[in-house]
Design a protein. Structure first.
Length: 581
């Protein structure tokens, strides 16, 4: 699987399989020489249902069709698993690696433990912090621009990975010890590279840091202008940090920090330098705002915010509110025109901070149907989508346009794999076509991102949603787990949403399918996925069962159950529209 549910779908790299039927002992996952940081691993595979399958001499549980997915603990280093079925034997080697730097027993820093590990730039007076892993009892310091900064050993709680939520293990784990310390500087300019110094048992070792450190000028302004259509703003300087509201093309903000290829903008967000151009200006980008107007354009209400410069923005969707915040902006507003509108009951605003104006759209309905943001010159245009015209017949979807995205496809993007090697891409297409027929029978217009075995990138699928502007979008998937999961016992329907406008649909469909089909619940998740991020319509990614679960897999590939599933999803969509009136 090209990781649409990135961390959860490690089954995407499973080894090539023989034909899906009439195969003997077969292991779908893990592949040979698999490396993992997990303390356990599941072995997914199949064999004819008659007789026993032994793994390292232990008989394992199997489904009626002969599929299996037991979990085994892993020690550090190499782990060898021998599988036997009658006169057949397979061997699988799994290598467990550590996520923490190995502390040297001698006079040395742990490899790759010195930070900052990239060039950084700070504003005058900001903390500049250093970190190293070294033997306990050492004296560690940093030499920088004539300063000596002592580092002391600090315990630091190690947080679980984000994907721990998917396996029910979302707890902080053991503390780790690192030498840490900070300093400040008020003088703009290049401070050079730090030199880390370690003293132990009367001996001293020094090591040059990788990153250079500089202090930005408070009066010479570097301005970042977003060149991407939607600049990806984050809470910190890497893709490990959470996404913020994307910045429309043309957005301008002062650069207040750098870390490697990332730049920090004055409103607090970080953006990759590949998505901006940097220019020097005499003044930072700031704007006044006065009048605001709106008009209805087709099925959208457009709201116009005339500005002197395109400023950073953020959006928050509430139960009956849509809140837009403009940064680096001061209000001089005395008049706003907002006529009676299909979406908005009233628009309120306030200057919530010296250079931060907040607009709250009080909505006529809890359900929101989509929005768009763009700069036209220096005018910010917010488009709010009108509710669809729902047919008076409660069983009808006439006038409703639904985009279906059968997950994965093509020779490389197979998706998760069942115990016999059957790929997710095939079953998502089968069920999507069945669902399409059910929706059309109820009057809906259906758009498919793929009709055959096509390789379509996640961003291309998301772009199709933005272009087609359907009433709602559903991405059809089946699930897998990280190595630390329990493939034998984890099962059920899961729904994933990102924007508030999609929450109701995700929750409703989850509950509906669990009840009507009698399926287990895996849960409803807020998740930052390519197919949940589109804003023009409620967009939900459905995980309709676990490919890697030996028992649930038999339900997944059963043609009669596939038809029941498609019917239930279509009925659930109809029921949701009725409930959303």
């Amino acid at each position: 699987m090209r990781k649409i549910l990135e961390s959860a779908l490690l089954g995407a790299v499973m080894v090539a399989s023989p034909a899906y039927a009439e195969q003997s002992l077969f292991v779908a996952y893990p592949p040979a020489e698999h490396k993992t940081t997990s303390d356990r691993i599941f072995l997914i595979g199949t064999a004819p249902p008659q007789g026993e399958v032994l793994i390292n001499g232990q008989a394992i549980e199997r489904s009626p069709a002969g599929h299996f997915a037991p979990t085994f603990p892993l020690k550090m280093g190499e782990n060898l698993f021998t599988l036997r079925y009658q006169n057949q034997e397979l061997q699988i080697k799994v290598i467990r690696t550590s996520t923490t730097p190995v502390v040297s027993q001698g006079l040395a820093f742990a490899e790759n433990s010195l930070t900052p590990a990239v060039d950084i730039a700070k504003m005058p007076g900001e903390l500049i912090c250093f970190q190293a892993v070294a033997p306990a009892g050492a004296n560690v310091s940093v030499l920088l621009a004539g300063q000596t900064i002592p580092l002391s050993l600090q315990s630091q709680v190690k947080l679980p990975a984000n994907n721990a939520v998917l396996t029910g293990e979302n707890l902080s784990v053991e503390s780790v010890g690192k030498y840490q310390g900070c300093t400040t500087s008020s003088t703009p300019g290049d401070m050079g590279q730090p030199i880390f110094q370690l003293t132990l048992n009367g001996e001293t070792e020094t090591q040059m840091g990788v990153g250079r450190i500089s202090i930005l000028s408070p009066t010479e302004f570097e301005i970042a202008e977003v060149t991407a259509e939607a600049g990806v703003a984050r809470t910190g300087p890497s893709t490990d940090y959470s996404r913020l509201t994307p910045l429309p093309k043309g957005t301008q903000a002062r650069v207040t920090g750098r870390e490697g290829e990332w730049v920090r903008l004055d409103y607090g967000g970080w953006i990759n330098q590949k998505e901006v151009q940097i220019v020097k200006k005499a003044m930072p980008p700031r704007s006044l705002i006065r009048s605001i107007t709106s008009r209805q354009v087709g099925e959208w209400t457009e709201v116009y915010f005339p500005l002197q410069v395109p400023v950073p923005i953020s959006v928050q969707q509430g139960m009956n509110t849509f809140t837009l915040t403009l940064y680096n902006t001061i209000a001089q507003t005395d008049i706003i025109r907002f006529d009676d509108d299909p979406v908005v009951a009233r628009l309120d605003w306030q200057q919530v901070a010296p250079e931060q104006v907040q607009y709250t759209f009080n909505l006529k309905s809890q359900q929101q149907w989509g929005y768009k943001l763009e700069y036209r010159g220096t005018t910010l245009v917010l488009s709010l989508r009108h509710p669809p015209a729902i047919n008076s017949n409660p069983r009808s979807l006439v006038g409703i346009r639904i985009l279906l995205d059968p997950g994965h496809g093509g020779p490389e993007d197979l998706g998760a794999r069942g115990p016999n090697g059957y790929p997710e891409k095939d079953v998502t297409l089968i069920v999507s076509k069945l669902l399409r027929n059910e929706l059309i029978a109820r009057g809906a217009t259906v758009i498919m991102t793929r009709e055959g075995d096509e390789d379509i990138l996640p961003n291309e699928r998301a772009a199709a949603i933005a272009k087609q502007e359907p009433t709602l979008a559903l991405s059809v998937h089946y699930n897998a787990l990280p190595d630390s999961g329990d493939a034998m016992n984890t099962k059920g329907i899961g729904m994933f949403w990102y924007h508030g406008q999609a929450h109701s649909l995700a929750m409703f469909l989850h509950n509906y399918l669990v009840e009507k089909l009698g399926r287990p619940s895996y849960g409803v998740f807020w998740n930052n996925l390519a197919l949940t991020r589109p804003t023009v319509a409620p967009s939900v990614l459905m995980e309709l069962g676990f490919m890697i679960n030996p028992f649930e897999f038999e339900w997944i590939v059963n043609p009669e159950e596939q038809r029941k599933l498609a019917t239930a999803i279509a009925d659930g969509i109809v029921a949701w529209f009725v409930a959303s009136r």
